[in-house]
Ligand binder design. Structure first.
Ligand code: C2E
Ligand code: MG
Ligand code: MG
Ligand code: MG
Length: 279
């Protein structure tokens, strides 16, 4: 953020710690109000089978249109919700909303992002199972997306929660693989059902040789465990072709479709001839 000085030069403007804290408190308060008023929404990004290029699933993504300020990115407000005890309510809202809407959609799976903090809550498994029952959506078509942080910090606890969820029929994906210190060792050790390749790795393809090598080795290992791999963040035809050649099973990204409303997903599914633009 730059502020013009009287001489017309721009100097770097750094918010003070107090201003920053105040902004976060305000955001948490607005978020709480939005939850009270049911003012959050959910959009869905289609995921395509790499072979048939037919839609095989969607990822549910929360959206918050903050009163008077426009949309706030989840990467900004999810951490604030986590710090302010609101993540459980957001998680329940997204799951209930998405699975109610998805009950109309035949065949496809629905992926839902789960914050590690939700898994810390002992009531999480029970409430997820209750939502499934109430929505009439089969648990084996729900994929819960988790990032590795939880598994690194609390391996025993993570194993226990995962096994409980899987006993209830849910499937579990390791999200954002390749964005941090991800280790393919987790795939087998924790019994993941699916692997999602982070867009930072997809975007590095063709720029560094290492990225392609890492992707190929990862896909080879995952398929030796029979774990399907989804590549996310695909923005170009070249990326779509490359990750397909590397053996990725499913494709997701702006190249195919941005996240859209539930009505739009219903329309796409009703149009039986509809496949990703580059069959
Ligand atoms: P994520 O789970 O890795 O979700 C994928 C993100 O990448 C989404 O951003 C999606 O819009 C974006 N994306 C998809 N395709 C492309 C592409 O081709 N190019 C680019 N540049 N981006 C693409 P979004 O919706 O802003 O969400 C960001 C993150 O916020 C998610 O990352 C997830 O970690 C978190 N998040 C979103 N919704 C929820 C939720 O309901 N609960 C929780 N706990 N976290 C959520
Ligand atoms: Mg995700
Ligand atoms: Mg991801
Ligand atoms: Mg992410």
């Amino acid at each position: 953020r730059a502020k013009a000085t009287r001489s017309g030069r721009a100097v770097f403007y750094q918010p003070s710690m107090d201003e920053d804290r105040e902004a976060r408190v305000n955001m948490a308060n607005d978020l709480r109000l939005a939850l009270d008023k049911d003012a959050l929404t959910v959009v869905y990004q289609p995921i395509f089978d790499a072979h048939t290029r037919m839609m095989c699933g969607v990822e549910a993504l929360v959206r918050w249109n903050r009163a008077g300020q426009g949309f706030v990115a989840p990467d900004i407000f999810i951490p604030i919700a986590e710090d302010n005890g609101l993540i459980g309510r957001i998680g329940e809202f997204v799951m209930r909303h998405a699975l109610t809407e998805a009950a109309k959609w035949p065949r496809i799976s629905v992926a839902i992002n789960i914050s590690p903090l939700q898994l810390h809550d002992a009531s999480f498994v029970g409430s997820a199972a209750a939502i499934i029952d109430a929505c009439g959506f089969p648990a084996d078509r729900v994929i819960l997306e988790l990032t590795e942080g939880f598994f690194v910090r609390n391996p025993d606890r993570a194993k226990h929660s995962m096994a409980q969820l899987q006993r209830n029929g849910f499937r579990i994906a390791l999200d954002d693989f390749g964005s941090g210190f991800s280790s393919v060792g987790y795939l087998r050790e924790f019994g993941f059902d699916r692997l999602k390749i982070d867009r930072s790795l997809v975007h590095a393809l063709g720029k560094t040789e290492k990225a392609g090598d890492l992707l190929k080795a990862t896909v080879a290992l995952a398929s030796s465990f029979d774990i399907p791999v989804t590549a996310e963040g695909i923005e170009t035809l070249a990326q779509a072709d490359y990750v397909s050649e590397c053996g990725c099973d499913e494709l997701q990204g702006f190249f195919f479709s941005r996240p859209v409303s539930g009505e739009e997903i219903s329309r796409m599914l009703a149009d039986t001839g509809w496949t990703a633009s580059v069959a």
